[in-house]
Design a protein around this ligand. Structure first.
Ligand SMILES: Nc1nc2c(ncn2[C@@H]2O[C@H](COP(=O)(O)OP(=O)(O)OP(=O)(O)O)[C@@H](O)[C@H]2O)c(=O)[nH]1
Length: 379
């Protein structure tokens, strides 16, 4: 009888969120600088025995198909411009010319054949709009796309040419694509480390960390990395993994992928893109509401609360993440892409950070922004 009393409580508590989540197919976007190693990463994913059933959407099969077709069963469905290859390792590879919504809906008709979707973008694509589309798009949510949840954005950076590309990447008054890719990434892969000196790798990792203090940086040779580190990260649902929790991840003797950590509170600016990493003290409920209003004003109106005039340099936020701790002990997670954001109470699997953090990545994020933000809790 005692047993009967215990079991329903456990099931009730644990099953709901899992069911909710398991209906959705997670989607990961891969972007990266031209020639940085995106195809190399995809080839690895499509050929290795990693145990994941991944559908990879590529613009074209290109070389990958040549290699794969020799060893695997090619099950092309020669309908117009779509082709599918079912690979020996359980992956499904699709070449769909139009990688827009229709293409992904087409893929979703095969739902059940895979557990994760990987979408490769072309070298020049800014992942922001695509990420925003999959994150919170009500129109899309009515079609087959409603079964997709955005898992994360991976950006592959060339360890040799990356710094140069970043330096040169500034169209006169806007932020260039390669910096937007770094800014919008949840995971950064610094690839081709065999071709760069340890000193230049440290410098490049520093640049990346400056632009995007919230994303882990994995250093790789030929994109060699455990697929488990890239998929299932739930970057848009889970609390941001700020430095302390990363440290724990890396106590497992994984020496292959050096993992760089963000420094403590920082402001950084490179070629027009800037980031702010701010420590947030324990907040009262009222201060959290005030913080919500601050974020809303900055994201929706591109100005600081209290400022009537437009800022001297345009204030835009491409990506923001935050974790806030209330004096009640409750924890809240902020996720934002462009002008969309939400602040939601975190699940209970979070551990107990004693204070919060907020990262903003965009333009015009200078010391005035930091001061305005800090006034939310000091003022
Ligand atoms: N030495 C070295 N070469 C690499 C590494 N990763 C990739 N390459 C080579 O770099 C070249 C470009 O790699 P790709 O994977 O095609 O790069 P990509 O990002 O897909 O390129 P685009 O699609 O043209 O933007 C290829 O010749 C790869 O074999 C690496 O870590 N070290």
């Amino acid at each position: 009888m005692d047993d009967d009393e215990e079991i329903p409580v456990l099931i009730e508590h644990e099953e709901k969120p899992q069911n909710e989540q398991s209906r959705k197919v997670p989607l990961t976007i891969i972007c990266g600088f031209l020639g940085a190693g995106k195809s190399t990463l995809l080839k690895r994913i499509l050929t290795e025995q990693h145990g994941f059933r991944i559908a990879v959407i590529m613009n074209e099969f290109g070389d990958t198909a040549d290699i794969e077709a020799k060893t695997i069963n090619v099950a092309a469905e020669g309908e117009e411009s779509e082709e599918f290859l079912e690979l020996a390792n359980g992956c499904l590879c699709c070449s769909i010319k139009d990688t827009g919504i229709a293409a992904i809906e087409k893929l979703m008709q095969r739902k059940g054949a895979f557990d994760h979707i990987l979408l490769e973008t072309t070298g020049l694509a800014d992942p922001g709009p695509i990420a925003a589309l999959f994150w919170h798009n009500e129109e899309f949510a009515t079609g087959l796309g409603r079964d997709i949840s955005l898992d994360g954005v991976i950006c592959v950076v060339d360890a040799v040419f990356g710094p140069q590309q970043m330096e040169e990447d500034h169209a006169s008054d806007t932020v260039g694509e390669s910096l937007r890719q770094i800014a919008g990434a949840d995971i950064l892969i610094l690839n081709k480390t065999d071709l760069a000196s340890p000193e230049s790798l440290t410098t490049t990792a520093g640049l990346l960390r400056g632009v995007n203090p919230a994303a882990p940086i994995y250093r790789t040779v030929r994109a060699e990395i455990d697929v488990g580190r890239l998929l299932g990260v739930r970057a848009y649902a889970a609390p941001p993994a700020f430095p302390p929790s990363h440290e724990h991840d890396h106590k497992h003797g994984d020496h292959e992928h050096e993992h760089d950590h963000a420094p403590e509170p920082t402001h950084y600016e490179l070629r027009g893109i800037s980031s702010l990493l701010v420590a947030v003290p324990v907040l009262s409920r009222a201060k959290l509401d005030a913080l919500d209003e601050w974020v809303r004003t900055v994201l929706w109106e591109q100005r600081l609360p209290g400022d009537v005039d437009a800022p001297a340099s345009p204030l835009t936020v491409l990506r923001c993440k935050g974790l806030f701790v209330l004096d009640s002990g409750a924890q809240y997670v902020l996720q934002g892409v462009r002008n969309m954001y939400d602040i939601a109470e975190a699940g209970d699997a979070l551990g107990v950070p004693d204070a919060g953090k907020l990262v903003l990545i965009g333009t015009g994020l200078d010391v005035r922004v930091r001061e305005s933000l800090e006034r939310v809790w000091t003022g």
